[in-house]
Design a protein around this ligand. Structure first.
Ligand code: KIV
Ligand code: NA
Length: 265
């Protein structure tokens, strides 16, 4: 299979074919999701929470994400691998964004990058695109702005619906090859999906986007506790691994592991 490219994603939109994207932060999930036919893998700054155990996405750094990007791109033979710009790695301007993008492609072997923000970051999108780096935009609820946005809140319910649509259009005009829509009303997502020629990828954005993305540990039930309403859990990995760890420990305590077949003579 050849590598998924930006034009494949646009062609899928034109044919009305929906597709799924997942996060990935390591070689096993990358190879597995690639084999399952997931066309785009995102090494999200959500690694901050889901890999490094921070409370928010803010602390993770480019230096911490690059080895994860490298692991994912090394293991995925078909999927487009997207590296997510962490907080503080692009806001200063196009030069900073370009430096970060170059690092993710050179050192991480990513195929594309993603950055959060509205029309204000269009110059960054333009600079990256000009350098040959495909960009995924990300509008609506942007977790890196959670302090300013006063927490995880659905966007587009007040007078901000038109502004979110304008942001998405400005970013597509600046060259973004896709737009992630996070926690926006289904109505706003539908408007944007019709307004831009590139695919929209929803997370908590309803059924009208061209694609859907979930964090893999949410999708597979490794994360427990109160999950966002937009998550659907397709497996219960927490229960599966809990059971495996308990049975391993029990076998060791009972002396039934290792058995003869695990033993060298
Ligand atoms: O970091 C992340 O996982 C993301 C997706 C949820 C879109 O940005
Ligand atoms: Na992210």
């Amino acid at each position: 299979h050849r590598r998924v490219r930006a034009r494949d994603l646009v062609a899928a939109k034109e044919r009305g074919e929906r597709w799924a994207m997942l996060t990935s932060y390591d070689q096993y999930t990358a190879a597995l999701f690639d084999r399952a036919g997931i066309p785009v893998l995102l090494v999200g700054d959500s690694a901050s929470n889901n890999v490094f155990g921070h409370e928010t996405s803010l602390p993770v750094t480019v230096d911490e994400l690059i080895p994860l990007v490298r692991a994912v791109s090394g293991a995925a033979s078909r999927a487009m691998v997207v590296a997510d710009f962490p907080f503080g790695s692009f806001e200063s301007g196009p030069a900073q964004a370009l430096a970060t993008g170059v690092r993710f492609l050179k050192e991480g072997r990513a195929h594309a990058v993603k950055l959060e923000g509205g029309a204000r970051v269009a110059p960054q999108v333009d600079a990256l695109t000009g350098a040959g780096i495909p960009v995924f935009a990300h509008v609506g609820f942007t977790p890196q702005h959670e302090n300013l946005l006063s927490g995880y809140r659905v966007q587009g319910r007040g007078g901000d619906a038109d502004r979110i649509v304008d942001d998405a259009v400005a970013l597509a005009e600046a060259g973004a090859i896709a737009v992630v829509l996070e926690m926006v009303t289904s109505d706003v997502a539908k408007r944007i999906t019709h307004a831009v020629p590139v695919p929209t990828i929803g997370i908590g954005a309803g059924p009208h986007t061209d694609a859907q993305v979930l964090v893999w540990q949410d999708m597979a039930g490794l994360r427990t506790g109160k999950l966002p309403r937009f998550v659907k859990q397709y497996a219960d990995l927490d229960a599966i691994l809990d059971d495996a760890a308990r049975r391993f420990a029990e076998d060791v305590r009972a002396g039934s592991f290792p058995a003869e077949e695990h033993t060298f003579h």
